[in-house]
Design a binder for this molecule. Structure first.
Ligand code: ADE
Length: 463
């Protein structure tokens, strides 16, 4: 991940991020940070970059040209195949959250533009900025501190920046719950004893206690988050009514990647926040959500403005939607062909869905993981599997990607299968072209079901 900061105070940013964990990540080449002084791109001998605001008004404005040239100096160096965002940090932006940090951590390059004075000439913002982000409802003297906050939060989600990668998953905000209380030595401090369960060594009980504490704490301190958490739990309960067919959606929620975008009686529309792919399920064979999203005017007539706006935003963004089974496929085809949306075309692909549980144990003892130093032993299976699950994106429709050789893929899949708790399911969906014998053999040895319904991916275009 490469961060580029366009600022009038480069040393402020560099001093801020060169220490602690971000500093270590820079030295270990996990992230890179450059700070470009916008003043270096001023076109006058006094290095002035601000001027009066047309139409009057208090204070000075940063001019378009120096900002644009500073941006160009960075953008021209970023390779074309890199994914990038250009962020203007401003109190007028959307609120920065853990979810937004997770999304941003997937890009190759992030360019931050820091404003000063009364802001920046609107024209250059229109030309270069992709995201307007605020770190909160208060006004700072400039964008540098806000940028440092975002760089810190995004960096720690970049693989290898935190040494213990699973900790980013279990901590505050994962699944909309705050983190549970934690204790270290000594066992008794100021007459306060560490709870007995924590000392019991019973992993299952400890896990249960921690979850309950997380729920209690969230309810007390952040009722807004608690309500969200309950919503996701309700969604999970519903999806589990047809567990085998909805294992992909269940796993999206379990790994904290799902956003519930719309719900109706017995219907859910989720979005995978990492890929922006939408997932839809109907448990009652009604397809109200699909009809609304793909414009059946009579249905939208008595909708609240808030819902209508949501639907409009979905339409703007939606490129791929996953549905389960032949009924949903037929229904969606029918709806799309009757849609009022102009120039709507689609292509469709069908994938077989296989679901595996852990019943057969294959050994991965002594396995060497190329990105984690040391041997991976059995009790590390869980952690490894979590990391791999993320890395391979195995929980969504994708071919299994092998970049470390077949044996590594085999061991990875084995580890993932082994790590699944009984009640959890691992959906592995792959298309027939991923004809890799060793993977198939590995999976065959595990306890698998082919779920009743195939998964169908509709790719939409509004050309
Ligand atoms: N610049 C000034 N105030 C800000 C804020 N709250 N968030 C992001 N950038 C800012």
């Amino acid at each position: 991940m490469n961060f580029h900061v366009l600022t009038l105070f480069p040393e402020m940013v560099l001093n801020g991020v060169n220490t602690s964990i971000t500093g270590r990540a820079i030295r270990n080449n996990k992230i890179s940070i450059e700070a470009v002084n916008i003043r270096d791109y001023s076109n006058n001998k006094h290095n002035k970059v601000d001027d009066y605001t047309y139409g009057g008004g208090a204070g000075m404005l940063m001019q378009a040209e120096p900002v644009y040239q500073a941006y160009k100096s960075v953008a021209d160096k970023i390779p074309e195949n890199h994914t990038k965002r250009v962020i203007y940090v401003t109190p007028q932006g959307e609120q920065f959250t853990q979810k937004k940090a997770a999304k941003l951590s997937k890009y190759d390059d992030l360019v931050f533009l820091c404003g000063h004075y009364e802001g920046i000439d609107e024209r250059v913002l229109e030309e270069v900025v992709t995201d307007y982000i605020s770190i909160g409802d208060y006004v700072l003297t400039g964008g540098e501190l806000a940028t440092m906050v975002m760089i810190d939060a995004v960096s720690r989600l970049v693989p290898g920046v935190l040494h213990n990668e699973v900790s980013a998953e279990t901590e505050s905000f994962h699944k909309n719950l705050l983190e549970y209380p934690q204790y270290s030595r000594p066992e008794v401090w100021h007459d306060k004893k560490v709870p007995d369960i924590i000392l019991s060594g019973n992993e299952k009980e400890v896990e249960k206690w921690r979850l309950n504490q997380s729920i209690k704490r969230t309810k007390e301190r952040r009722y807004d988050l608690y309500e969200k958490y309950k919503q996701y739990e309700m969604c999970l309960d519903k999806l589990k009514e047809d567990k085998l067919n909805h294992s992909d959606m269940i796993s999206l929620i379990d790994t904290g990647r799902a956003e519930i975008v719309l719900k109706a009686e017995g219907e859910y529309l989720l979005k995978d926040i990492q890929t922006n792919i939408y997932f839809y399920c109907s448990l009652n064979d009604k397809y109200t959500i699909l009809q609304l999203v793909f414009d059946c005017v009579s249905k939208t007539a008595n909708l609240q403005e808030k819902t209508l706006n949501k639907i409009k935003n979905i339409r703007k963004e939606l490129e791929k939607i996953v549905v389960h089974g032949s009924k949903a496929k037929k229904k969606l085809e029918e709806i799309l062909s009757n849609s009022n949306i102009k120039n709507l075309t689609y292509t469709m692909e069908e994938f077989e869905q296989y679901v595996y549980t852990q019943n057969i144990r294959l050994s991965i003892k002594g396995m060497k993981h190329p990105r984690i130093s040391g041997n991976v032993v059995e009790n590390a299976q869980d952690q490894l599997a979590k990391i791999q699950l993320k890395k391979y994106g195995l929980d969504i429709c994708s071919d299994i990607e092998i970049f470390d050789g077949e044996n590594f893929a085999k061991m990875t899949i084995t580890a993932i299968i082994n790590s699944q708790k009984d009640e959890k399911l691992l959906p592995i969906i792959w298309n027939k072209s991923a004809n890799n014998a060793i993977i198939k053999e590995t999976i065959k040895n595990a306890n698998g079901y082919k779920s009743k319904e195939n998964i169908i991916v509709f790719s939409l275009s509004l050309a």
